[in-house]
Design a binder for this molecule. Structure first.
Ligand code: GLP
Length: 223
């Protein structure tokens, strides 16, 4: 779907996600690029979020993840790959600037999303309203614990992040949410079957006219 979208619009603006879920998607994109099926030289990308306090060279930063999983293997212009800067000296104003950069690029055409166990999207934790924009947020203890698997210990996981807001995400023209595994089944069910509310941030996606959930059987098992 992503490769088809890039081929349909070579200057597409992609919204990209990190986490364990999209790694297979990125591997497939790299494979298609190597097979000559797609080019990224006119593509612009904006990542959803980044940990505050981790510079782009930190192996657990989302910038590092994107370089090693995708950007370093395709022909995207490095100047056109945007990830919030975790090392920014003033994260709050950087967040405002990031939002302006998205607008200046003409907005996001296709936004890729994962989903947290508690229904978060990007780092919009429960309590996030659909009006939220790119900003500094505190991570919940459960998210810190879940993401500790990527760090040497839970104490090393940053407690704050810069994230696109729900409002920023809802402005993407098209949204593709990926979820795999039983651990996501409840969050998927609540997002799709409960009335939209701040309790389950992904449920705000119900307000968007063009959202696709791509689920494996486990993630779909409560539907
Ligand atoms: C992180 C990211 C989200 C991601 C979620 C789920 O907290 N900020 O964008 O969707 O984790 O990650 P995973 O795919 O590893 O389950």
């Amino acid at each position: 779907m992503i490769v088809a979208a890039v081929n349909a619009k070579p200057s597409i603006v992609l919204g990209l996600a990190t986490g364990g879920t999209p790694t297979a998607t990125y591997a497939n994109i790299v494979e298609d690029f190597r097979a000559g099926k797609v080019q990224f030289k006119d593509v612009t990308s904006f990542n959803l979020d980044e940990y505050i306090g981790l510079s782009g060279t930190h192996p657990q930063s989302f910038r590092y993840f994107m370089q090693s999983e995708l950007f370093d293997h395709i022909d995207i212009d490095p100047n056109n790959t945007f990830v919030p800067e975790g090392g920014a000296s003033d994260p709050a104003s950087h967040a405002i600037q990031y939002e302006a950069q998205i607008a200046a690029a003409g907005g996001i055409d296709l936004q890729l999303l994962g989903i947290g166990h508690n229904g978060h999207i990007a780092f919009n934790e429960p309590g996030s309203l659909p009006s939220t924009r790119t900003r500094v947020v505190e991570l919940t203890p459960s998210t810190i614990e879940k993401n500790a698997r990527f760090f040497a210990s839970v104490d090393e996981v940053p407690k704050t992040a810069i994230t696109m807001g729900i409002g920023t995400i809802l402005e993407a023209k098209q949204i593709l949410l990926l979820a795999t595994g039983k651990g996501k089944a409840e969050a998927v069910r609540r997002s799709l079957q409960e009335a939209a509310s701040e309790e389950v941030p992904a449920s705000w996606l119900e307000q968007h006219p063009d959202v696709t959930f791509v689920l494996d059987e486990d993630a779909a098992s409560e539907l």
